[in-house]
Design a protein around this ligand. Structure first.
Ligand SMILES: Nc1ncnc2c1ncn2[C@@H]1O[C@H](COP(=O)(O)OP(=O)(O)OP(=O)(O)O)[C@@H](O)[C@H]1O
Ligand SMILES: [Mg+2]
Length: 251
């Protein structure tokens, strides 16, 4: 195994993924530095979530390579990537609605929620599990709702629970799939501050359509269209690029 010496948190080399004849990821190469704040943009169906699924290991690419801190993880199961410091949230909320927030977070920490088995950690990682679940809720200002069922809380609060569970892993690379989607203005500014408060050593890669909010958080931007990287680089340069306006801003 390659030693963990890379300057990059995440490197993607010539990644390809097709569903039948539909090429969803096409020769995608990306390099994300340690602690970088990267925004991924692109129209619906551009392949953004599919790219995340391949990075997290929820989906296998057809070809190409994914490296985390210099280690080739292309064939690693999701939980092994989590051990190297990768964590993610999902575009679609995956909490048990009839269960309390505290119980959901506990299950999440144990890797027992649907689509969350990659969150598995040895129990010793958490020590007091209930205490950890409550601390996790406290970090996102939801401790007072710990004993409420998920079905009773607002959508924006569910989003914060998801974010809290991803952060509880103390990730070195965090993938956020549309963390601001469907939020009210107030909820959006709460979640935005939460994202802004993520420790600087954590690289954050965020898919988001709400550019007004997301651009503030980004240092670099990647524009995807039809599964290809169209423009990639410093935020202001990508936003000013004519191809970005053509593809994404529609002008
Ligand atoms: N499991 C799958 N099987 C077949 N096709 C799929 C599968 N997952 C995604 N696709 C297709 O791949 C394309 C890209 O989907 P993806 O979800 O990655 O887009 P996206 O950029 O995240 O879009 P959005 O902004 O709407 O979330 C779409 O055409 C989608 O229908
Ligand atoms: Mg998506």
């Amino acid at each position: 195994m390659t030693p963990l010496t890379s300057d990059y948190a995440l490197e993607i080399v010539d990644l390809n993924k097709a569903f039948g004849g539909l090429k969803v990821t096409q020769s995608v190469s990306l390099a994300i530095r340690r602690g970088e704040r990267r925004l991924i943009i692109g129209p619906n169906g551009a392949g953004k979530t599919t790219l995340f699924n391949q990075i997290s290991g929820d989906m296998r690419p057809n070809s190409g390579q994914i490296r985390l801190f210099g280690t080739d993880v292309t064939t690693f199961a999701p939980y092994k990537r989590a051990h190297l410091g990768l964590s993610r949230t999902y575009q679609i909320i995956t909490l048990f609605t009839g269960d309390t927030l505290e119980h959901n977070v506990t299950l999440g920490l144990l890797g027992l929620l649907p689509s969350r088995w990659q969150m598995w950690r040895p129990l010793s990682f958490y020590g007091d599990l209930a205490g950890e679940a409550r601390r996790t809720l406290d970090t996102v200002g939801l401790l007072h709702l710990a004993n409420h069922p998920v079905s009773e809380i607002a959508y924006g609060e569910k989003r914060r629970v998801e974010l809290a569970m991803a952060l509880a892993q103390k990730p070195r690379v965090l993938l956020l799939d549309e963390p601001l989607a469907g939020l009210s203005n107030t909820e959006r500014s709460t979640v935005k501050s939460l994202i802004a408060s993520i420790p600087r050593e954590t690289a954050v890669i965020m898919i988001e359509h709400d550019m007004d909010t997301a651009l503030d958080l980004a240092e670099t931007v990647t524009l995807l269209n039809y599964g290809r990287v169209i423009v990639d680089g410093e935020r202001d340069v990508v936003i000013a690029d004519e191809r970005t306006r053509e593809v994404y801003l529609g002008s």
